[in-house]
Design a protein around this ligand. Structure first.
Ligand SMILES: Cc1ncc(COP(=O)(O)O)c(C=O)c1O
Length: 391
């Protein structure tokens, strides 16, 4: 009998992160797996969303995004990066950065072309590459600082390379790519005529004086960069599903076509509220980063105290850990034990690697949680110490 599903859909598994969330609910655990905040979104945007629904902004917005939001995005981008984008021809609003990435890949890449991906990688990039038939070429980010070998990067480019996916600040490692590293990547993009697809969704969450450098701001890169971001993380509204792509007109034209036939458009009333968020003052972003720094500085030492080796993040809200101290052969087994017996959900490291073996002794936690939630998680992790020393 013929398979009832496409071959393509069999090439990747269900998201491990979302599976961990379900297991966590089943066991009544503290969820430090799927990265979404458990604290409220800013009042001003909730009010604007409610107002927009009441005012009957309830029909399709323009497929590539409500004008008000595109104009607000252009203004905010100019304010933070100095780069001017034309809202009419260079900005597309999608259903989250997730759709932005899928639409961009489908718009850019032909089957058989290569896409360079740093690993460990945010788990969506693998299926995104498969869905458009791309051949991923992985370049390793190495602990403790998650730097890459420039030679390995250089060797991953060739005349079949269509694009490179960059994610800075990075999930799952917390790495913030330095200007010098991004310059190396940019030089290779120019040399091989490749497009930089850069997921900058954690752009406002950086610590310890680290500088977020937008790839499109580098010499000669504006014309060959698709910058992807969204409101999920910066404004604590992961359920709203609003993201955007900034790209030169020919690329934007292709992204808009793909986006239109994938989803038609992002939620209209929530686009109105997102426009309000774009005008938040600098102090909002400072408070956001400070809040996450405090959470990081609480969780990282607590994880170390519980027996993990933690790689301290410089951006985003995740911490990758080494679990070799616990003597489990496998990260998935350990993650299942952690959620079922200890009551804390985290993500097995292997879900961020193309060869799962590389992540076997890694586990990722996130800290987009209220202090009391983190305290409850840490208290539970205390039991791990007892188990580790008695077994
Ligand atoms: C690197 C990265 N990109 C994209 C997303 C998803 O963003 P959105 O909610 O805008 O689809 C996430 C969420 O965890 C992420 O970590």
């Amino acid at each position: 009998m013929r398979l009832p599903v496409s071959h393509r859909s069999t090439l990747f598994t269900e998201s491990v992160i979302r599976e961990m969330t379900r297991l966590c609910q089943q066991h009544g655990g503290v969820n430090l797996a799927q990265g979404f905040p458990d604290f409220p979104a800013p009042e001003a945007i909730k009010q604007e969303a409610a107002r927009a629904v009441e005012a009957d902004v309830n029909q399709y917005a323009i497929t590539w995004g409500a004008r008000r939001l595109r104009e607000a995005l252009a203004e905010k981008t100019r304010r933070f990066t100095g780069i001017a984008y034309d809202p009419e021809t260079e900005i597309t609003v999608c259903c989250g950065s997730t759709e932005c990435m899928a639409a961009t890949m489908l718009a850019l890449v032909d089957p058989g072309e290569e896409v360079v991906v740093f690993e460990p990688f945010y788990e969506n990039y693998g299926p995104d590459a498969i869905l458009c038939g791309a051949q991923p070429r992985f370049v390793r980010l190495r602990e403790p600082d998650w730097s890459f070998d420039p030679q390995e990067l250089e060797q991953s480019f060739n005349n079949r390379t269509k694009a490179i996916i960059i994610n800075t600040p990075n999930n799952p490692t917390g790495k913030v790519f330095t200007r010098a590293e991004l310059e190396q990547i940019a030089a290779l993009c120019r040399r091989w005529d490749a497009v930089a697809v850069t997921d900058e969704i954690y752009e406002h969450i950086v610590y310890d004086g680290a500088e977020h450098v937008s790839v499109a701001s580098l010499d000669g890169m504006r014309e060959r960069t698709v910058t992807i971001s969204g409101i999920s993380k910066t404004y604590s509204v992961t359920g709203w599903r609003i993201g955007h792509c900034l790209a030169p007109p020919p690329i934007t034209g292709a992204i808009r076509k793909v986006h239109d036939f994938l989803t038609v458009g992002a939620p209209a009333p929530l686009q109105e509220a997102a426009a309000v968020a774009m005008a938040f003052p600098d102090a909002y972003y400072q408070r956001l980063a400070d809040g996450y720094r405090e959470r990081r500085d609480f969780l990282v030492p607590a994880l170390e105290g519980a027996g993990f080796k933690a790689f301290k993040p410089r951006g985003a809200y995740y911490v990758m850990t080494d679990i070799s101290g616990f003597g489990f052969p496998d990260d998935v087994e350990f993650a299942r034990y952690l959620v079922a017996d200890i009551g804390v959900a985290a993500v097995p490291g292997s879900s961020f690697y193309s060869d799962r073996v590389s992540g076997r002794q890694r586990l990722r936690f996130h800290f987009a949680r209220r202090r009391e939630t983190l305290e409850a998680a840490v208290q539970r992790l205390g039991r791990l110490g007892v188990r580790a020393s008695t077994s």
